[in-house]
Design a protein around this ligand. Sequence first.
Ligand code: DLZ
Length: 205
Amino acid sequence: MSEPVKDYPLFPEKFDGSTLRIAIVHARWNKSVIDSLVAGAVRKLRESGVLDHNILIQTVPGSFELPLACQRVIAGAHVQAGASATDLLGGINIVGTPRSATPVAGGAAAIPGAQSRPLDAVIAIGVLIKGSTAHFEYISQSVSQALMRVQLDAGVPVIFGVLTCLTEEQALERAGIGRSIKGHNHGEDWGSAAIEMASRVRRWG
Ligand code: DLZ
């Protein structure tokens, strides 16, 4: 049997995330898939040494809202106090809650200067599943183009973590929670891509 062509070899250099500040902006549509993808991305960020208080999580209703949210998060407008990875993985997914009202110990608010430091990368996570209308095509096109625009305008890497799936099963498999084939969690790849791009952009200046 021949080797598969489609793969994702990690760059041999191990990038150090210990000084990086990364935001995850995620939609809430198709929540079970989103939760697994976000957890996968956070896992990789942590493995690369990114500190919990430097992982900022922001939520929006659907994928269509991702580009504006990424733009504003990069501009520093909505990096919320206390929004940290600890919240998410501790089981308190603060989706939709005004986090600044309930700062979490060790969150961004507790770190002097943390909120004024620029972000090194943003991971935009959404899950679009095709329905019976043209809605899917319109959103997929506009969101992917807008995320590219945000990235180029800001000069900050925006990782494209939007699944555009034809079936629910495709989405589950790409989040590592497929019903028949478990699949690989693409959120992990997006975490690695964020670390690599953030590190490269720092070097490039
Ligand atoms: C309306 C809608 C539909 C039908 N499907 C999805 C989806 O599969 N994934 C997703 O992220 N969002 C979906 N949305 C919501 C839109 O992205 C958006 O939030 C609303 O149209 C409001 O602007």
